[in-house]
Design a protein. Structure first.
Length: 95
């Protein structure tokens, strides 16, 4: 059996409120710029994230909820996958 610890299924499937999103710089923008993984639109989305007061909350939400698409908290899906692997390893190393 693997040493990897899995979250309870009900925790993984529960809906998480996003009150912080109302303060996001992206709130009233067209969402298409946040769902282009590369190119000018992706860079434009990341610029909005740089000045966003809830960037960290957004990134945290996306990593914990396995958001597979779009720019969240200034990071694309591949960037978030790398951050999640690092985060999971840190959690496993603490135990």
């Amino acid at each position: 059996m693997s040493d990897i610890k899995y979250r309870e299924l009900n925790e993984m499937l529960s809906w998480e409120p996003m009150e912080w999103a109302d303060q996001g710089k992206c709130r009233d923008l067209q969402t298409d710029i946040f769902y282009s993984e590369s190119g000018p639109k992706s860079r434009e989305a990341k610029l909005f994230c740089l000045i966003c007061p809830v960037r960290e909350e957004c990134l945290d939400y996306a990593i914990r909820n396995l958001e597979l698409f779009g720019v969240w908290g200034g990071h694309t899906a591949p960037e978030r996958r790398r951050l999640r692997v690092e985060w999971e390893q840190e959690v496993l190393d603490k135990d």
